[in-house]
Design a binder for this molecule. Sequence first.
Ligand SMILES: O=C(CO)[C@@H](O)[C@H](O)COP(=O)(O)O
Ligand SMILES: [Co+2]
Length: 219
Amino acid sequence: MIIAPSILNANNLQLGNDIKKASEAGITRFHIDIMDGHFVPNLSYGPQLVKDFKREFPMTDAEIHLMSDNPKDLIPAFVQAGADLLEFHYEAMDEGQVSYWLDYLASNGVRPGLVLNPDTPVSVLDKFAPKLKQVLLMTVYPGFGGQKFIEASIDRIKEARKIIDQTGSRITLEVDGGINADTIKLAKDAGANVFVVGSYLFKDGDVAGKVNKLNEILA
Ligand SMILES: O=C(CO)[C@@H](O)[C@H](O)COP(=O)(O)O
Ligand SMILES: [Co+2]
């Protein structure tokens, strides 16, 4: 079970401190949301943030959640910046491009992941599972932190878990959006094993306390 803090709703002027506190509490991976103001109506970070992150925290994984329909320019830039895992949206490109960019990531030593929005059929995973190291099911509509977990996600997690288990490979199943002390348990019981947590972790300053609490729930 992995908790991957999303830094989107952290205080960006305190980011280094917050990452340090979470790492001291046992976090080994951070989830970095990249928003292009076009695929989603919000803007966030660029490759420089990832470069800085890997320079300061070389032993910690940078997981890139790319919310953009411009893979051509952005994917190579984030690979160059030091991404350890990069996941992009199925909805952002045609299926030929999805295959191409999953192969591109693998051949550049970056773990490939595919993200599905809440309305995208989980069955599209059948086609791409052999190329994946991780599936990310959005449990909110992407674009902003602090939204409410969509309850209908539970059945989608179960369906994705079934597809992954049928492949016999160790693809991780991640959920993202509205994860807190209540919803993490629902998602885990449905079959998720990586949990993106944003506002719940960062909203009141006690990052380590929240990580410990979630770990107890997952144990
Ligand atoms: O990708 C996204 C939003 O588009 C997420 O990673 C959120 O940033 C998670 O934040 P919370 O829902 O946990 O506040
Ligand atoms: Co995200």
